[in-house]
Design a protein around this ligand. Sequence first.
Ligand code: 5GP
Ligand code: MN
Ligand code: MN
Length: 323
Amino acid sequence: DEWASAVAAIRGLPADGTILLVCHVNPDGDALGSMLGFGLGLRRLGRAPLATFPAPYELVPPFDELPGLDLLIDPADAPAAPDLLICFDAASVGRLGELADRLETAGTSVVLDHHASNSRFGDVPIVEPTAAATAVVAEALLTRLGVALDAQIAECLYVALSTDTGSFKFDLTTPSVHELAARLLATGIKPADISRRLFDSRPFGAMKLYGDVLARASLEPAAAGGAGMVWSYATLDDLERHGQRRHVLEGLIDAVRVAEEADVTCVLKQVGAQEWSVSLRSKGAVDVARVAVGLGGGGHRLAAGFTGYGSLTEVVDLVRAAL
Ligand code: 5GP
Ligand code: MN
Ligand code: MN
């Protein structure tokens, strides 16, 4: 099967074979954590993998303190034709940006992912839609390779698992997720420190910016056959006014989605004059992945996103119409 093929592809690589690890653009905790954790595991096997992600090549808090950062190289320096390519947490080829061509040039490509919408690209696609995070798939493959977990690998995988499960709160938080968490914690990593860094720590200016965004949120009751929605937005001017950078908006939707009247939450983050990064969340009844895919994006049933072009009103209208 594909697991055996992936093990054979890694084990069969000559000692001097080049291994390139890649993950999706604007990497989140699962993309970086599963990639770096797996990369550290390959090192324990005596390999020297390189890891990267598409432009913009920038590491932002809280991911700038992950173990294994020394695996990372600028995508401009990534080998043009690695012997082995391993791809993490990318639902589609497009999410690999300028690195997508490595799927053609690599000797073999292994794809580790958990998005239901994954098109099963690559030579050896291991796609597990029931997995809470790509980290679950990565750890299972490390186990098959005979790599023992250590604290560095475990911290990477714990960051991945806890981000994609929203601190073990989302619906894919199965007994096996907690069993994996237990194996990771057994290495001695500090869950309280990691969780505070990931979820409960941001600059004072960002807190004030969240205040502005919450104050201007709108609640739209369910129309006939539709879903109630709460939505808000953050502009480039908001960031400027509070002296903040874009990455502080990562947890914004979690502050907005608490409105109990709404089934769907939408947060629009301005990227340019006519460009918005749109995040969608559902409490169950609505499949927001379908909404996002219809608008050129993707994601999971209860958490998805897309890039919207036009004015704020135009982009919100698109979401309303799709709902
Ligand atoms: P977030 O709202 O946290 O940025 O993204 C939630 C989920 O939606 C992500 O895990 C990712 O799967 C998906 N997603 C967000 N933005 C995009 C996008 O622009 N394109 C695609 N294909 N998926 C996205
Ligand atoms: Mn991701
Ligand atoms: Mn993921």
